[in-house]
Ligand binder design. Structure first.
Ligand code: 26Y
Length: 824
């Protein structure tokens, strides 16, 4: 059948103009002559959304008519970024066509309209952004998939910088209306919390347990269409918004307990109110567990319902759904699926467990102990009493197997148990996920190896085939084609436009590596993008930077393990060398930082203050003019990232070896032709292998060397004594040279570094300086630099999320492409 009047969905300029005109008038209630840029953004977005609908409905209908295994990607975060430009690209509406339509509203450039788009900040950083890249690649590869998550009313906070400090401001991303979601109140789900369990005997004389929750919430799906690149597949991102329950509050209202009724209403509405802004440290907040259970329960009910609607027996669940847990945040899914199957669908334990373990897989994103989710047992029981019973039973059966295999070995049981019995009892979500999952994967080769050998050696011994690696990837549509149109044109010309869906084709660029004219064009392209960023920096910070200087960039969440302070110390040394007249042969540099700190992470916030202090001193010093500039760009988010990666010459990936699971910014930089200065950590290892060691500035201790330092006793103060440049930098900080004479301001940072230095900043300092000198040398030979840059782009096709998704499909999901036909 035909899905809509095709006239209404044309991709030419006239059709887009007509669509905008209609929406401006009928949907937005505005007249064209007085429409604001935001009105025009909304009108264009609705017109574009219309053009997704045929594909979206055809994709849903195809699956309904002819069932096919579907990926359910469960994630507490989806950092999807701006939607308009991505949908234009994937639909095939060129900038030129969009601008032809816009000119009829007296708008000259598409950029003016893209500028006003609010991005939904429904994630903290890498993990949420990865989920978004994966949704895009799944659709582009025509794999049926649904992303399940939470529609936070307030996403990650907006960051202001006041007097050098981070200030958090509520992110009201919905205030102007967000045109990309389709609420589906008719598909609402009901979720319980709290209360108690009771046993009863069913009609057949079986003992059963059931849960009587004391509280409920309703989940209303808000669906965001995710279109693949130039294909008909348009998958769905289904985000749940918590709503108040209706049934009982009318009752309470009638018996006069008005405030009691309102209380539950308020309680359930706050569930999807706000994203927790910590990436890294788990705070064990009760509301966060509630959020997790809320979206997981809605999502699993939704999957079961879709089988029911199609008359598919529940035993078939694993053939229709493959459920991926993005870290442990959705790991309650293991217990909730068991509960739904046993308590609501009356399956026996073994059948339910078989279905669960054949469906669920788990991706680990961190080895840092402080990021591993643990829930206090008492609190867990009070919120999810039935789930705790089921977890105990899962654990009992599992530990029985462990006892058979390792008789008398109590230590191994204590380590593998889902329940942490040391100190205050707690539920270990990583153990729950690992026991139930058919695959557990890390996100880069090194990380997966450490996961197996350090974090979970006993699990890996029991289930060696369970553990695997899928190296992360990023979507080339957003991170090259959209973010870097200048580079894309060059790639189109010299490789052919197929690179965008087959990034390995970029190796063809290697043919040009000795072509002087081409290398000059390569450098000129980069320069043109840097000019644009220089303009942005000036507008945002008032700092004038030289586009021809080396753009040295570190953008990512602020964390001690990511070591922005190592970079900052290096900047001070650079400054001192200029001051001391040792600047000969030192190329002009612009050092750019960006990133948010968790609001409760004191040291990370102090690092931001530190960078801003250094920037203020350096940028005000006439001796630095034309030689060194330092900027901290406020409010790093997806939109800003799209400006930064293409304009970078040097990518700072300086985490302590063994701490960064993968990193994905590292890939975005390299694809856009930045060279990396980095440690052997996360995916840096694989990036270096692929681009070639001669095209990567390596420094720092290896993970093994760091471990040895740790065990042999590390004395950071001794390092200071052997490095006069470091000693001088620390002395100046202590004198208040970067804090208007306040010698106390950065004291906690200094004490941390010279006392424990938990992330081995000083241990890697000297080697970092050496590598930075090499960077400087390499930059001086610009033709050689451009060649290295070109080789980075040419050889990083592997880091396309298309490759990651193909990997997941083959090794973990057993899911296949399912092309969608449009029959009209
Ligand atoms: C427990 C809770 C507070 C929590 C919330 C968010 C814990 C962790 C996170 C986010 C983690 C995260 O973003 N991890 C990053 O995942 C990326 C994608 O795999 C990796 O590239 C990156 O190395 C890793 O730090």
């Amino acid at each position: 059948g035909c899905f809509a009047d095709p006239e209404r969905a044309g991709l030419d300029a006239d059709a887009v103009f007509d669509g905008m005109t209609e929406h401006l008038f009928f949907t937005l209630g505005k007249l064209a002559p007085t429409a604001s840029n935001h009105d025009l953004y909304m009108a264009l977005s609705y017109a574009v959304r219309d053009r997704l609908m045929t594909r979206y409905l055809a994709s849903l209908e195809a699956i309904r008519a002819r069932p096919h295994k579907t990926v359910a990607y469960l994630s507490a975060e989806f950092l999807i970024g701006p939607q308009l430009n991505s949908n234009l690209l994937n639909l095939g509406i060129s900038k030129d066509i969009a601008e032809q339509a816009l000119r009829r509203f007296r708008i000259e450039s598409l950029d003016q309209i893209l500028e006003v788009e609010e991005e939904p900040g429904l994630g903290n950083g890498g993990l949420g952004r990865l989920a978004a890249c994966y949704m895009e690649s799944l659709a582009s590869l025509q794999v049926p998939a649904i992303g399940y998550g939470i529609r936070y009313e307030f996403g990650i906070f907006n960051q202001l910088i006041r007097d050098g400090w981070q200030v958090e401001v509520t992110d009201k991303w919905l205030k102007g209306g967000w045109p990309w979601e389709l609420p589906q109140p008719e598909e609402a789900c009901f979720v319980g919390f709290g209360g108690r369990t009771e046993s009863y005997t069913d009609g057949k004389g079986n003992y059963r347990s059931r849960w009587i929750p004391s509280e409920h919430a309703i989940g209303i799906p808000h669906d965001v269409p995710v279109l693949g690149y130039r294909v008909n597949t348009c998958n769905r991102l289904r985000l749940w918004r918590a709503d108040a329950t209706e049934s009982f509050d009318f009752y309470a209202f009638n018996i006069g307990d008005y405030y009691g009724a309102v209380e539950e209403k308020v309680g359930s509405e706050t569930l999807s109110k706000v994203l927790y802004p910590n990436d890294g440290t788990d705070e064990g907040r009760r509301l966060r567990l509630k959020q997790q259970h809320f979206f997981v329960s809605c999502s699993l009910q939704d999957m079961l319902r879709s089988l029911g609607n199609r008359g598919i027996p529940i035993e078939e669940f694993p053939n229709h759904w493959t459920v991926q847990l993005n870290d442990t945040h959705p790991a309650i899914a293991v217990a909730e699926l068991m509960r739904l199957l046993i308590d609501e669908h009356y399956l026996d334990w073994d059948t339910a467990w078989d279905i669960t373990t054949r469906s669920v897989a788990y991706t680990n994103h961190t080895l840092l102990p402080e990021a591993l989710e643990k829930w206090d047992l008492t609190r867990f029981r009070s919120l999810l009493p039935r789930h705790l019973e089921l977890i105990y039973e899962i654990n009992r059966r599992f530990l029985q197997q462990v006892r058979l295999r390792y008789p008398g070995n109590d230590a191994i049981q204590r380590k593998l148990s889902i329940i942490d019995e040391d100190g205050g009892k707690a539920v270990r979500m990583a153990n729950l996920a690992t026991i139930a999952a058919h695959h557990v994967n890390g996100v880069a080769a090194l990380h997966s190896d450490l996961l197996k050998r350090q974090l979970m050696p006993e699990f890996a011994e029991i289930w060696p085939e369970k553990f695997t690696n899928v190296t992360n990837g990023v979507t080339p549509r957003r991170w090259v084609a959209l973010a870097n149109p200048a580079l894309s044109r060059l790639l189109d010309e010299h490789v052919g436009p197929e690179w965008i869906t087959n990034m390995e084709l970029l190796t063809k660029l290697e043919e040009r590596q000795h072509d002087t004219a081409f290398l000059e064009q390569w450098g000129a392209t980069k320069l043109s993008v840097k000019r644009k960023l220089a303009g942005y920096i000036h507008r945002q910070t008032g700092v004038l930077v030289d586009p021809s200087s080396l753009f040295d960039v570190q953008v990512k969440r602020i964390h001690e393990y990511k070591r922005q302070h190592l970079n900052a110390l290096q900047v001070i040394t650079h400054y001192l060398r200029i001051k001391n007249g040792q600047a000969e042969g030192m190329a002009p540099r612009t050092v750019i930082f960006g990133g948010k700190a968790a609001p409760g992470y004191y040291m990370a916030k102090l690092i931001i203050r530190f960078i801003n202090g250094i920037a203020e001193t350096i940028n005000a010093d006439p001796d630095m003019e034309g030689r060194l500039r330092v900027v901290f760009l406020p409010d790093y988010n997806v939109k800003l990232a799209e400006q930064i990666y293409p304009a970078s010459d040097l990518s700072e990936q300086v985490s302590t070896a063994g701490k960064e699971a993968s990193g994905t910014g590292n890939m975005k930089f390299a694809m856009n032709g930045a060279l990396t200065i980095g440690t052997l950590d996360g995916a840096n290892v694989e990036i270096r292998e692929r681009v070639g060691p001669e095209n990567f500035f390596l420094f720092g201790k290896t993970e093994t060397e760091i471990m040895e330092l740790q065990t042999n006793g590390y004395r950071p103060r001794q390092i200071v004594e052997t490095l006069p440049e470091l000693a001088e930098a620390l002395r100046l900080i202590g004198l208040g040279h970067f804090s208007n004479g306040d010698g106390e301001l950065f004291r906690p940072l200094l004490d941390n570094l010279t006392g424990f230095d938990p992330f081995f900043v000083l241990a890697d300092f000297a080697d970092y300086l050496r590598a930075q000198d090499e960077v400087n040398q390499a930059w001086t030979n610009r033709k050689q630099w451009n060649r290295m840059s070109l080789l980075n782009t040419a050889r990083t096709g592997f880091f396309s999320s298309d490759r990651s998704i193909q990997d997941y499909c083959q090794t973990i999901w057993k899911a296949e492409p399912f092309p969608v036909e449009i029959t009209c």
